[in-house]
Every structure is written in C-alpha cells, then in structure tokens.
Write a protein that binds this ligand. Structure first.
Ligand code: URA
Length: 238
C-alpha cells in the first residue's frame, strides 16, 4: 500500500497529517528518510520509522458482507480453488481476514468476512443461536409433511439430532418437479441444509444464504461483490 495510507492506518494521522510528517522528514523507510508519501511499502516486511520509532499497523477490525458466487471455496487459502478471501481487495494484512462460518463451494449468498475473532465466534457458536436463512431449489414437491419434520427437530442419517428448523414452501414447478423453499436454521453443521433434505429423500439443487440473524444480504451486490457493513448492520448482528 502507499506510505501515506500506511501512516494513516497506524491510527496516528489523517492522510493530510501523514503528508506533513513526511515533508518534515520525520519518516524513514528501511533506514532512509522518505520524501514521497505515494511510494509503495510492504507493510509486513518494510521497516517504517516515525521520529526513530518503528511503526506497526493499528489493525482495525473490518467487517465485509460478500455475495459469495458458486465455485469459490470458503477458506483463507487453497492450492486448487479460488477462495472467498481472494475476492477481497484489502489494504491491511490480508492474512488476518477470514470468513465467518462456512458455505459449501456451490452455495451462494451472504458471507461475512472479518478479522475480528470474537465477533465471528458470537455468530457461529451454536450456543448463541444466531439464525441462518437460506433459499433453495430442491427436487420434488415439498409438502406440509416435510415442514412438520423440519419443525420437530430431525435426526440426520449419521444420528445427528438437529434443533427445530423452519421450512416455508415458496413455490412448486410442475414442469421441473422442483420446489422453491426457505429454510431457517439455528446451528451450522457440515452440509446441514443438504443433509436435511437428504433425510427426507430430496436433493438440494441450488442453495443461497439470504440472511444471518437480522442481517440481510444487500440485493444490489452482484455475486462476487462485497462492501463494508454499515454501523447499523453491525449493531443488528453484534
Ligand atoms: N447447508 C449446506 O448444506 N450447505 C451450505 O453451504 C450451508 C448450509
């Protein structure tokens, strides 16, 4: 990142003040006084001093809402596939960022990316009961029978006992013999929604997360796009 940006991200200066400090020859980069705030620095390896004191980034917490596209893995790094972190253009230390919870490679929709571990824990901890709302296209005609099974807290094939979940039927396509549904769950077991439909002998064809707790996916974000959460949204979810 640019040196003047780095200086402002230490939390000591505004960008204008950073420029002044450089002009006043107070800043050195790897032992040399710097004259230009526009030069690029490597914040992980370069040694940047202010008045002879080594500066480190004030790693502020960041919170992004990403509309995850299909085909991207929810991980911080992967040898084979593109990750959700690869989609984020972050000025700080990128290795600090991580996704909150997990969406399968083919699942789309709302994913929060942050560097705040405590915040993430509060969202994913089963004890906090933060709901996750999905819209799905599934095989077959879903009926009140499945709605009841979901609401009673079902048992998965491996014996996992689930908390009650809400299943709403949105529509049925006779032509494709598929149903559009909304599912609200309060935990996040591995492949949970897919396995829930498996347990009632159906298959999830498309899965899209639209909400976490009270936080809704901004529908102006295209797949692959992201933006910072607003103060209001953070309060909704914190
Ligand atoms: N349940 C799933 O099966 N997959 C997801 O990605 C999220 C919830």
């Amino acid at each position: 990142m640019r040196l003047d940006k780095f200086l402002s991200q230490t939390g000591r200066f505004t960008r204008a003040e950073a420029k002044k400090a450089i002009k006043a020859k107070r800043v050195s980069l790897n032992g040399e006084i710097v004259k230009d705030g526009k030069i690029k620095v490597k914040e992980d390896t370069d040694e940047i001093f202010l008045d002879g004191k080594l500066l480190v980034l004030n790693n502020q917490e960041v919170y992004y809402m990403l509309n995850k596209p299909a085909g991207v893995v929810t991980a911080t790094r992967d040898d084979k596939d593109k990750t959700v972190i690869d989609l984020i253009d972050f000025d700080g230390r990128k290795e600090d960022l991580f996704p909150v919870g997990r969406l399968d490679k083919e699942t789309t929709g709302l994913l929060i990316i942050t560097n705040d571990g405590k915040f993430a824990h509060n969202i994913i901890s089963p004890k906090k009961h933060v709901s996750k709302t999905y819209e799905a296209i599934v095989t077959g005609k879903i009926s009140e029978k499945e709605v009841k099974i979901f609401s009673q807290g079902m048992e998965l094939a491996n014996g996992d006992k689930l908390q009650p979940a809400q299943l709403d039927i949105i529509s049925y396509s006779e032509k494709d013999d598929t149903s559009k549904v909304r599912v609200i769950i309060h935990e996040g077991k591995y492949h949970q929604v897919r396995r829930m439909f498996g347990a009632v002998s159906q298959r999830v064809l498309e899965l899209d997360r639209v909400k976490i707790g009270l936080l809704e996916l901004d529908d102006t974000l295209e797949r692959g796009e992201y933006r910072e959460l607003t103060e209001k949204e953070l309060n909704l979810i914190k």
